[in-house]
Design a protein around this ligand. Sequence first.
Ligand code: SF4
Length: 229
Amino acid sequence: MDIGGLHKVSLIDYPGKIAAVIFCRGCNFRCPYCHNPELVDPKKFKPCLPEKEVYDFLRARKGKLDAVVISGGEPTVQADLVSCMKKIRKLGFLVKLDTNGALPDVLEHIFKDKLIDYVAMDVKAPLDAYSEMAGVRVDQRFIRRSIDLILQSAIPHEFRTTAASSRLKDDDILSIAREIRGAQRYVLQRFQPARTLAPVWRSEKPATDGELSEIAKRIGKTVRQVMIR
Ligand code: SF4
């Protein structure tokens, strides 16, 4: 695993659990609003963390942490993600995966082998306008398939959209909500303009809490729960 960072304790990354977060280095998307450029742009990579160090840390935290979140970057591009998940499970931790959903075959494998306990997938834009928000050409059928795999799985899940009001209109977010109809949880994430992969996005206007609450109301019962984070 190409590990760019380890957050040793988090109370917010795995709902209801105390978790460590592993940040994988590398991503197949280039979302202009990404606030982790050092995990996405190889020119900004810092030295990676030896895997052994991470497993040693986890071994020492048995009984103190409930779970490990594998985040990024994009974890599903890591060749040894499956073996990493197996090792973490063997240590007795719950596993949550954060993903952009671009590689449904990897997700299918992980689901089949029952390697995760929670999955969070970013849905960047309405499916027919995906490439602009992902910053690369995206085959929307892959995103659709990942959404379907998650909705049809028995695994607790959430979908998330970063809401930058001037780029993603209310109707776009409502359209995304329809794409994930019936989801357990849909999270509208506040856009953070301070640090973005594309410098031009630093002047983008974030949606206000009032605007997000309004959209959340309009999403209504399309999904089971809407949250603003
Ligand atoms: S926000 Fe986009 S570019 Fe950044 S890590 Fe997630 S998928 Fe990759």
